[in-house]
Design a protein around this ligand. Structure first.
Ligand SMILES: C[S@@+](CC[C@H](N)C(=O)[O-])C[C@H]1O[C@@H](n2cnc3c(N)ncnc32)[C@H](O)[C@@H]1O
Length: 428
């Protein structure tokens, strides 16, 4: 294991996370992978923060950094083994984007990493490339004209799709928003005045930029130590998720099925808005464990959890049992690339077809379990036609007893929120 000044090195951890992510076709979230590695190793907070900065920065600027690398590499970048490529990409990220790390430390760390992996051949290659980049003053170098794919580091098929669907100007706005560092927000579940008194202004600020007052977090370390967090009075959530949750017309004693509930944000917030009874279902036992932890911290008693496939809801619960179904469906997640930069490298043009089939199946299951007069709140954290309007159009054409009352599409960055879609439908 790579050591730096007696501690684990942030660069080593970043490299480990990035290589594992690529090995898994970017199916996992970078922050979850980092958390998992940090559970096994003692990593001081500064090193952990630096590791996250490097990981997210490299994912956000992957194509651009590979372009710089291609300027100094004798081999085409696509031919370089991916573990070696990430060592170089991490080094270029530090050279170009981080100003507190001395150049010689970046080169030494990269070379040491190669040696620790017993790759002497790699260390010569890395040393040669980084030293020639430094001799060439790579940091001050003006780039020749580069494409949007390179400068915004998104796959070209995705950029072309957004250009076609939303026009050139909107597509560029989305790309720019995706590459900004995300702000973190939280909903206040209860004890509003005490929570504000404890957190504002040092740990959070109260933002009224959205349709209700939401906390904008400034200091995570002290948020997690605060009494209101430990008491479960606040829950980290995006403003878009908070606004979706508020769309269901709640009544006391309503019976609600949250069909894809984990890790529980929307169920928890809903349970605090009205005296309702929520069944929170998810097909992932790992994520249901996380949901249970969240319910416990937030001291929520009117939500019970079930591991199960939403498509089997009628078999599990019986027909016409619920007043409403919240269906926060699995999706391509293209609306939350700003928070999860790896998503752009995971999604393929083919992803939409299989995901749309699942979304339609979950909706068909939802309609079976709601009572006449009941609601379905369908939501996704993406904005492609295939997973939003198309799914709802097909569903409504096949279920004439359902009417759409309200729907909304938010493109990433609009109203300073992530991208997403919801449709509220009622059974006649
Ligand atoms: C967008 S997330 C839900 C987020 C959650 N509503 C919240 O607010 O915290 C989608 C969830 O759907 C779950 N899921 C995927 N396929 C499912 C299925 N067939 N049945 C039930 N849950 C499913 C995933 O495990 C994932 O937890």
């Amino acid at each position: 294991m790579n050591k730096s000044a007696g501690t684990l090195s942030a660069r080593y951890i970043a490299w480990k996370v990035l290589t594992e992510l690529e090995q898994g076709n970017f199916r996992h979230h970078a922050d979850e992978k980092l958390e998992k590695i940090c559970q096994k190793q003692i990593l001081p907070a500064v090193e952990r923060n630096l590791a996250y900065e490097i990981i997210s920065g490299c994912l956000r600027n992957k194509t651009l950094l590979e372009f710089y690398l291609s300027e100094y590499s004798s081999q085409p970048v696509s031919k370089i083994e991916f573990e070696l490529r990430w060592i170089l990409v991490i080094s270029f990220y530090q050279l170009l984007f981080l100003d507190k790390i001395p150049d010689h430390a970046i080169v030494n760390e990269a070379v040491n990493l190669c040696k620790q992996e017993n790759k002497i051949g790699w260390s010569k290659f890395v040393n040669g490339i980084l030293r020639s980049a430094l001799r060439d003053n790579v940091v001050g170098k003006k780039l020749r004209k580069i494409s949007a794919t390179t400068s915004y580091s998104h796959p070209s098929w995705l950029i072309n799709k957004w250009r076609k669907d939303f026009g050139e100007e909107k597509a560029i706005e989305i790309l720019k928003w995706n590459n900004k560092k995300p702000e973190q927000h939280a909903a206040i579940l209860r004890n509003f005045d005490e929570t504000v008194k404890e957190l504002v202004p040092d740990i959070a600020e109260l933002s009224d930029e959205f349709d209700q007052q939401i906390l904008k977090i400034k200091d995570f370390k002290n948020l997690f130590k605060s009494n209101c967090f430990k008491n479960g009075d606040v829950y980290l959530m995006t403003p878009w998720s908070i606004s979706i949750t508020r769309q269901l017309p709640l009544q006391p004693d309503m019976k609600i099925l949250d069909m894809c509930a984990a890790p529980g944000g929307k169920a928890i917030l809903t349970s605090c808005l009205e005296d309702v009874e929520i069944t929170a279902m998810d097909n992932s036992s790992r994520r249901i464990e996380k949901l249970k932890e969240n319910l416990k911290r937030c001291k929520i008693e009117n939500v019970s959890s079930v591991i199960g496939d939403g498509r089997d809801s009628a078999k599990i619960f019986g027909k016409e049992q619920f007043d409403a179904v919240m269906l926060d469906a699995p999706c391509s997640s293209l609306g939350v690339i700003q928070r999860h930069p790896e998503i752009r490298w995971r999604v393929t043009n083919e992803s939409f077809t299989s995901i749309q089939i699942l979304q339609k199946q979950l909706l068909s299951a939802a309609v079976e379990v709601i009572k006449p007069g009941g609601y379905i709140l369908y939501s996704v954290c993406t904005f492609t036609d295939e997973e939003t309007e198309d799914v709802i159009d097909i569903f409504l054409s096949e279920n004439k007893n359902m009417t759409c009352i309200k729907k909304e599409l938010n493109l990433p960055g609009e109203k300073n929120m992530c991208g997403g879609f919801f449709a509220l439908m009622k059974k006649n």
